[in-house]
Structure formats: structure tokens, C-alpha cells
Design a protein around this ligand. Sequence first.
Ligand SMILES: [Zn+2]
Ligand SMILES: [Zn+2]
Length: 571
Amino acid sequence: MRHSAAHVMAAAVCKLYPDVKLDIGPSTEDGFYYDFDMAHRLSPEDFPAIDAAIKALIKAGLPFERREVTRDEAAALLAGQPYKLERLADIPAGEAVTLYTCGGFTDLCRGPHVATTAEIGAVKLMAVAGSYYRGDENNPMLQRLYGMADVSQEALDAALTRIEEAKRRDHRKLGKELELFSICEEVGPGLAHWHPKGARIRVAIEDFWRREHFRAGYEMVFSPHVGRAKLWETSGHLGFYRESMFPCMNVTEGEGSHAAVEQYFVKPMNCPFHIQIYKTRRYSYRDLPLRWAELGTVYRYEKEGVRHGLLRVRGFTQDDAHIFCTPEQIEDEVRATVTFALRILRRFGFTDITAYLSTRPEKAVGLPERWEQATRSLESALKAEAIAYQVDEGGGAFYGPKIDLKIKDALGRPWQLGTIQFDFNLPERFNLSYIGEDGKEHQPYMVHRALLGSLERFFGILIEHYAGAFPVWLAPEQVRVLPITAGQLEYARGIERRLREEDVRVTVDADNEKLGAKIRKAQLEKVPYMLVVGGRDAEAGVVSVRSRADGDQGAMTLEAFMEQVKAALTE
Ligand SMILES: [Zn+2]
Ligand SMILES: [Zn+2]
């Protein structure tokens, strides 16, 4: 339908600008575009006329007629259309050449198309931008006209609203407006800086994350940021993952005639370090399971084109953990890990969670029985939690099955966050073992898992999910005290001190501005609570509470307000 809309738009443009040279017009996720070459430079001022011509064509309910032709016939029909003729020449010999005609406009096209233009519900032109023919800057610059199309005006309006809403929530825009983070050229692409307000949120996330992990029986570890080439050779990263790693650092070690150059790599993953901790001693089956977690900052060499604000970065902190356990423990461990992952994700307001289970590919390492047991344990954990899941048969990594957890944000957009990944490769490569009940050495199961993915990407998603209006427990500034005049400044400072003692994130707006301006500022910065204090409030020892969620709450004592905050912190 959207591709048919592209034809209709091209027909409309041909009508209005007879000299136009056409290239191609594919559909996109929620719309379509068409590339034109013509003397007139299109601008949004031209859109109403083109929109009207499109509407007329849709209303006429014109049929799309398909016709198979010979190359010569096609070439004759497309005479005077240089791009079309080149596209015609691209069609491999032996493949049929088809034309679609609709309302007197004929286009070289493989199809398929809707039966008539009446099936195109509604169309809206969105933008025009320059685009090189075939994406090559040595070619002529064409004009790419973008449109959206949907089955009805209502559906199109809803899609347009979603796009507007997504723009409003864009974490790059909000990150700047709310002073949460920045990425700058001087430091390098894909390297994020957390500003004080963003860092407040990160600390709240980390505090919550650590507390929950300790409660769930995890221990914390910390590991270095760089390691010798030998480590990454043993782990296999230099063999399979080198393209995604930053290049090596040559470090001279030893002195004089003993000096030698050692190669170091900055870590793309934390696993080899956790394994080194494991290897410092011997374990018996009674010591297992071990659950070691680390907010580990890693660096990966992402290509220029794929970076997007915080969603794709080169330096990021994984909320990583590795579980080492016996075959007898694996079912319980996986079950507990899935339950734990869901609890963590739900705390951030993500309730729509689905899973993808990826199973054994053709080429794989590890014993088939272990693959079976691991896959079964993942699947039964999903069933026990009643999580909807799809199975990607054979789609697993060569070293173990995994589940990916996907959430939907407030706009219904899906994001992949957590992963629970078995590994039959690293325990083998690093020769990990424990002493079993039989007194013999056995290989432990190893599971990698990250629940939020990376803190940077997760933060980007959270900003958009909450549109910057973070819940009280995450808000960088939970309370702002607004003295009406300088006369209440001292009283306001006293309130600030008392709230700070209660670990409330609070500031005072001491600017010499009118109250209305202070309130607007706090609203723009999405502060959950404003405490307005005037002369009478100060005398009575109360505060006038304005809550972001519930509006004006009237005057109350600081103790009563604290009760409200405490209740809101659990939401
Ligand atoms: Zn077509
Ligand atoms: Zn790992």
C-alpha cells in the first residue's frame, strides 16, 4: 500500500512538473519516498498542491494495471527518463520486465500493488531532502520527497502523533535540555559524559541494582579495563571479536636488556576477568553456585554510521554478571535469574516483557546433553514466569543457548534489554573446573547475564520512556524549594537541610524572580515536587506543596510532606 502511495505521489508530481526525471520510490517503515530530478527545487510550500493532486488520484479509485513487456518496449516507453533506463538495464537478463500503470502514469516496477488507489487510505507529505543518485556523491543530487501513508486518516493521524511524540521524547534532545549527558567531538564519538543530573539518576539505578543483587545472593567484583593479548587469545576474542575491539596498545615492560613490548587491549567484555578470579583457587561443588556481578565499563569499536546518541556507543557500562554452577543447580539458577530479571525490569515501569529463545546452531561447541539441559532450563523458566516467547530455532551463538528479554516502552516501541546466555566455550578454553561429590574434576556451567544491557543505552531508553519526567525514586532533583521573596530564603535553606538529612535530592531556587517564573522553570525541568514558601508558611512552619503528578496539595508540615515523598519513592 505504501509503495503504491509512492506511485501516486510520482503521478501527482509528473502532473505538476512535466519536466521531472524519475528514479525510484520504495516504501519505508511507515511511509515511502520517491527520488526526483527536476529544475524546480521542491519545498514544503509545494506540498499542499502535491497533496491535493494525490488526494484527487486516491479519490478517483484508479486501478493499477500490470503489464509484462520486452526490454525494447520498456526502453521505448521510458525514453527521456535516463535514471529509469539505467534501472531497466540493472534488471538481470532472463528476469521479466513489468510496468505498472495507474491514472496515465506508468512506472517500471516489480510490484506488487494494491488493486486501485482507493485502497490507499490517507497520505501526507513529510519532507524533502537531497539524495545522491544511487547514494554516490559523484552522481547528480536528486530531490527525495518523503511521505507517510496509512489505511485511513485516523490511522495516519495516530502514526503522525506517535512520530511527534517520539520527537518530543528524543533522548538526545531531552538529554541536552535537562542537562543529563553529552557526547562531544573533542573526546570522541560514542563516548558519553554523564552530567551531575544524569549521574544522580545513574547512582539511583546503580544503588538499586547493587542492593537487589546482594539480596538475590550475588557478590560484586571489580576488574581492570585492560588486559594482555594472551588473555584475549585464550578467551578467543582476538580470533573472533577483534573487529569490534579497539586496536592494541604496545607497552614496554622490563628494563634494559630485559625490556620487551607487551600488547594490551582495552576490554570489550568483562568475562575473562571474572574467569581469572575463579581460577585463583579450587572450588568444590559445595562452593557453587557463584554469582559475580560487576557494573563493568567496556569499549567496543562501533562503526561511525551506527552510533545514535546513547543507544549505540563505543564506551558503556554493562550490568554484567557471571554464574558458575553445577549441572544439578542449573535449572534453579536459570529460573531464579529469569525471575530476578523480570523484577528488575518491572521496577522501571516496563511491564510488557517478551522473550526470544535462541537454540543450538549447526556449528556448536559443548556436549549435546548440556545444550539440551540448558535450553530446557531456559524454556521452563519462561513458562514458569508465563512470559510470552518465540523460539529462534538454531539461532543461538556457537557457544550456548540464550534468552533475550524485550520490553515495550511507553510508546509501544520494542527494545531488547536483558540477555541470559549460556557459555560452553570459555570454561573449556580456560580449563575451569570444580571438584564434584565424586571427588573428581568437573566443568562448571557458566552463564553470562546482563539485565539492563548497558547503563548508557538503558538510560537513553529510560529518558524516552518517561519523556524526561522520571519517577520520584529516579528523579535527579526530587524537591525544589521556592521562596516567594528573599525574606523566606533562610527558612527555605532550613527545609533544604532537613530534607537532605533524609537523603532527599533537594535544591532551593534562590533566584530573584517572580514565583510564576520559578514554577515554570521547575515544571520545565520536570521536578516532581515544588515546595512554595511564603511569609505565612514560614511563620506557621509549613510548606505549600505542588506535586507534578497531583497538582496543588495545599500547606502541610514537613513531616507530612516527607510521608508523601516516602510513599512516592516506592512507586
Ligand atoms: Zn512500484
Ligand atoms: Zn560475560
